[in-house]
Design a protein around this ligand. Structure first.
Ligand SMILES: C[S@@+](CC[C@H](N)C(=O)[O-])C[C@H]1O[C@@H](n2cnc3c(N)ncnc32)[C@H](O)[C@@H]1O
Length: 237
């Protein structure tokens, strides 16, 4: 396990074990032979994927990020590319899966918006740090096919993780409403915890003064999350 964790900027080994959220991504990517890790950071996931036998390309947005990543991934067979989102993948042999992890919902949506540039439809393995509902809405509105969805908890934080493919059209086709929020996670062991958290967030927001339309929207969402939370708590008792 430790051997899979790479080296730091000075070439010294990183000895901490791989994070649980990255291990889950490694397992989800196991069926795929060619994988692009977009926004690879220190390349910890890329390294794990390469060790499992995949052909891996790791990207970073800036020259500085790429220089650091190259250092982290020195002496591995992983190809490092520079550029924004999916841009650097264009023109390469198609990837079976594109992973994006450790980013917020705005960046993830920005990158997913570039998907038609690829000219083919890979699986996207997505793990969002913040803004899981925004990503759910994005996927729902585009009728993305969700192959799997699960939560991963690490250091008090819950990461939503999806494996999806998109239909051929890149136009938003859905008309999202608050109904069915995150329904793809409803059987997850962490579902009741997420429902409780989302309920609390909305109760706090409603305690502030808000424009009427926003108040109504939050109230509607609160009803949903409270209902789900009650159901999930009943299921567990
Ligand atoms: C917090 S790190 C996560 C690294 C790794 N994916 C992980 O999950 O541990 C986010 C990385 O995404 C990169 N990034 C942010 N926006 C990007 C974009 N538009 N295209 C490519 N990389 C991006 C950042 O430079 C940063 O290294």
């Amino acid at each position: 396990m430790i051997a899979s964790c790479g080296s730091n900027r000075r070439g010294r080994p990183i000895t901490r074990p791989l994070e649980q959220r990255l291990r889950v991504l490694g397992d989800l990517c196991a069926p795929y032979a060619r994988i692009a890790d977009v926004g690879a950071g220190q390349g910890r996931l890329s390294r794990r994927l390469a060790e499992k036998g995949a052909v891996v390309y790791a990207t970073e947005r800036t020259p500085r990020g790429v220089t650091a990543l190259q250092r982290y991934l020195a002496h591995t067979p992983i190809t490092v590319l520079e550029g924004d989102g999916l841009g650097p993948l264009v023109g390469h042999v198609p990837f079976d899966a594109v992973v994006m992890a450790g980013m917020g919902s705005v960046v993830i949506q920005h990158i997913l918006d570039q998907r038609t540039q690829l000219g083919y439809r890979p699986r996207f393995v997505i793990q969002v740090v913040q803004g899981m509902i925004a990503v759910h809405r994005y996927l729902w509105n585009r009728r993305a096919l969700v192959h799997s969805a699960q939560f991963v908890q690490e250091r008090g934080r819950i990461y939503a993780t999806w494996v999806v493919t998109f239909p051929p059209s890149d136009e938003p086709v859905g008309d999202w409403s608050s109904r069915g929020l995150l329904h793809e996670f409803a059987g997850d062991p962490l579902w009741s915890e997420v429902c409780g958290h989302e309920t609390q967030i909305r109760q706090t927001r409603l305690a502030r003064s808000l424009p009427e339309s926003e108040r109504m929207r939050i109230q509607e969402e609160l009803q949903y999350w409270q209902g789900q939370w009650e159901l999930a708590t009943l299921d567990r008792s």
